[in-house]
Design a protein around this ligand. Structure first.
Ligand SMILES: Nc1nc2c(ncn2[C@@H]2O[C@H](COP(=O)(O)OP(=O)(O)OP(=O)(O)O)[C@@H](O)[C@H]2O)c(=O)[nH]1
Length: 321
């Protein structure tokens, strides 16, 4: 059978890359699959160093691998999951991927010539771009779902369940490391009137805008969540009550000074805030309860203001008496 005569057409039609190297890592052969994508002529590269022709190769890593294959005479493998590609080649497919390069599974096989006993290495390059793209799409979908799962649909801040979970974690951290932690609850004032006057869409516009404004005034490490209809919570890690009151006053003034554009009108809104500091042994429910009591005091004292729980407690107790 004229096997040798068939090998060349077979290798050139193969839908995988074939790179044959001698023991000095010089190119003996590349097939059409590689040549076409690397824009090379197979006959031009014969006898040249692998790393000279393919200057983008991860040289130190690949040299180590190939020397291992030669000296141990065992195959080596590189998967796209560990290293997206070895040969920087375009994938030549109309796929929407965030990479223009072909993801590859590469096998490095030791070969010995039957007649001369000389040693060679064959690198087989398989295109794994499909798997790479599917994995990327899956990762993006999971990330989108995770985001949706912790986000309030209207305002884009954290939703209640995620925010409360974070409060639990922050309390554990504050307790363990004896770090300060404060909690702030705020609620839009007379929001029912605003809704009644401008309609639900006007109310929604105010909620969205206030959440955006408040988020912009907080630190990246602060956690803003929508606690209920027009009530929001802010966890302030590494912040004592004095610092939290400063934040609360800043937010209160900023919201009162802001105008929300809605259907050619400028809507005004104010917020009332209740602030409390974490002390050892408090649960998240107790902390929320304290902030809520302070918020209640702020409402009773005329709204558009911040009240710390320390102060409000006496007000609250007086009221109870
Ligand atoms: N537009 C809009 N309104 C909401 C939303 N969630 C809750 N609300 C409204 O917020 C209003 C809250 O009213 P109240 O609890 O009486 O409080 P308030 O009018 O803000 O009065 P104070 O809190 O005492 O200042 C109700 O009319 C709710 O329908 C929402 O997602 N969008």
């Amino acid at each position: 059978m004229p096997l040798a005569g068939l090998l060349q057409p077979l290798l050139s039609q193969l839908n995988s890359g074939v790179v044959l190297l001698d023991a000095e890592l010089k190119l003996v052969f590349i097939n059409q699959f590689i040549a076409r994508r690397a824009d090379l002529q197979p006959e031009d590269v014969k006898g040249k160093s692998l790393f000279e022709v393919f200057s983008d190769l991860p040289q130190a890593w690949l040299q180590r691998k190939l020397h291992g294959v030669l000296s141990l005479q065992v195959p080596a493998f590189s998967s796209w999951e560990q290293r997206q590609y070895i040969f920087k080649l375009p994938h030549l497919r109309p796929l929407s991927s965030d990479s223009a390069y072909m993801a590859q599974n590469c096998s490095m096989l030791p070969l010995t010539a039957a007649d001369t006993g000389e040693r060679y290495i064959c690198i087989l390059v398989e295109d794994a771009t499909d798997a790479y793209v599917y994995q990327q799409q899956l990762q993006h979908s999971v990330a989108r779902l995770q985001l949706a799962n912790r986000t309030d649909g209207l305002t884009g801040v954290f939703n209640r369940s995620y925010w409360q979970q974070q409060l639990g974690y922050e309390i554990q951290r504050a307790e363990r490391y004896q770090h300060p932690l404060s909690l702030l609850l705020f609620d839009l004032d007379k929001f029912k009137q605003l809704n009644d006057h401008y309609g639900h869409l006007g109310g929604d516009a105010v909620l969205i805008e206030v959440a955006r404004l408040v988020a912009a005034l907080l630190r990246d490490t602060d956690l803003l969540g929508r606690y209920g209809g027009e009530e929001f919570g802010i966890i302030l890690p590494e912040t004592d009550l004095t610092g939290a009151m400063q934040v609360a006053q800043r937010l209160c003034s900023a919201v009162a000074a802001h105008r929300v554009a809605f259907e050619q009108q400028q809507l005004l809104a104010t917020i009332s805030l209740g602030v409390t500091g974490f002390t050892s042994g408090l649960s998240s429910d107790q902390l929320i309860q304290q902030a809520d009591e302070a918020l209640y005091s702020a409402k009773r004292q005329g709204r558009n203001q911040a009240v710390a729980w320390r102060d409000s407690q006496s007000v609250y107790l007086k009221k109870v008496k």
